[in-house]
Design a protein around this ligand. Sequence first.
Ligand code: GDP
Length: 297
Amino acid sequence: SIQEVEDAPEDLKERAPIVTVMGHVDHGKTSLLDYIRKENVIAGESGGITQHIGAYGVQLENGQKIAFLDTPGHEAFTAMRARGAQVTDLAIIVVAADDDIMPQTKEAISHAQAAGVPIVFAINKIDRPSANPEKIKEGLAQMNLLVEDWGGKIQSHDISAKTGEGVKELLEKVLLEAELLELKANPDKAANGTVVEAFLDKGRGYVSTILVQGGTLKVGDYVLAGQHSGKVKAMQDERGKKVKTAGPSIPVSILGLDGAPQAGDKFSVFEDEREAKDIASRRTQLQREQSVRTQRH
Ligand code: GDP
């Protein structure tokens, strides 16, 4: 059932970091996510990732993996946090080297700090003649954020999301930082995790992208997600490839829920379909009562 039992240390296995990209508007968040998505070639599979399912996983040449939340900006981050979802392990904050540390840069920094999520800075647009990465690092230093070149502990890397220069090294730094977090999960239990996005597809019904955080999700599992439930009929990865199972830090889109849960809703697997359904309808009922109450007041 829904009871969360603490995992025994010996059951925990390493898992990939889950990363959110934040930063000021137009500083290059989308371009960076697009570049990583396009360029990544998982061993044995050609071509980049063409689907947008709200999250995707990439594998570096050395075999290490990173999961990205594919919704740039801190609105998604804070919306998820507001629903109690702590999904992000690490934040990449993009700062354009031909601009300044801007209000949304500062906001992104405070959101990451408030969530206790380590930051790796991507100083972007270094292909531009007017780029001045040192000025950005100086600005960060003035905010008490000392990057490595400035004798501090915070990782940063100069990149161009346009040409791809430095992106590989940036991801290596992300993995170095993630190693310090010793991220682990137990893959050998019923799955739980968080909904990243969901929508109604004309042909396929409700499609929900979820990020597994503990356990392993399997086709045929009964899932409760927010106010919705259902049996997982099929699962796809970010390449549109059918998969039968998804373990910790793996994003998948699933078919079979009886509605679209909200981003940030938790999901968990139930042994009993009836129990999942009952909780879902109780939650819907509660929601209805609450909205009636707020309308009255
Ligand atoms: P976002 O609002 O942070 O998602 O920013 P975008 O990724 O949409 O980028 C804003 C603009 O900057 C677009 O016109 C991009 O093509 C451009 N841009 C992003 N990264 C780079 C870069 O590394 N070099 C150059 N020259 N332009 C970039």
